[in-house]
Design a protein around this ligand. Structure first.
Ligand SMILES: [Zn+2]
Ligand SMILES: [Zn+2]
Length: 137
């Protein structure tokens, strides 16, 4: 009975609680994640959306993924922190960005994906499996 993942944005206007284990945890190295985060990759956890309790209201920015599916990134309108993602290809699921966890050690990535577009200055964990493209490719 460990579950209970909690986290928040930088200013605290948005908080979340999840009481189940993630269905997937992995690092996305795509260009969109690099631009949106300003960093090398997005550490993503995927949960059933119905199991995520959110207080405060995120705004979502929609873009098209390489696959053509829509991808929505949820951020705090007050401080700009990115917390959430939803995917046209994964209805009913919600992504949470692991940097927003209260206890970041709870994030255990299983996979590096979109590594073909990884930044030249990034150093990845060699122990993790790598996929050049999408996680499900
Ligand atoms: Zn905020
Ligand atoms: Zn990505």
């Amino acid at each position: 009975m460990k579950a209970k993942y909690t986290g928040q944005c930088l200013c605290g206007a948005i908080r979340y609680t999840v009481d189940v284990e993630p269905l997937f945890s992995g690092n996305c190295h795509c260009r969109d994640c690099q631009r949106a985060s300003g960093s090398a990759f997005t550490p993503a956890m995927i949960f059933p959306a119905s199991s995520v309790l959110i207080s405060g209201e995120a705004r979502f920015f929609e873009s098209a993924a390489d696959s053509g599916n829509s991808h929505q990134r949820g951020f705090c309108p007050q401080c700009g922190s990115q917390l959430f993602a939803s995917f046209g290809s994964l209805p009913g699921m919600l992504g949470i960005k692991a940097g927003t966890l209260d206890d970041t050690s709870r994030y255990v990535p299983q996979l590096d994906f979109h590594v073909a577009s990884a930044a030249a200055w990034e150093v990845m964990n060699p122990a993790l499996p790598k996929k050049p493209g999408a996680a499900n490719s």
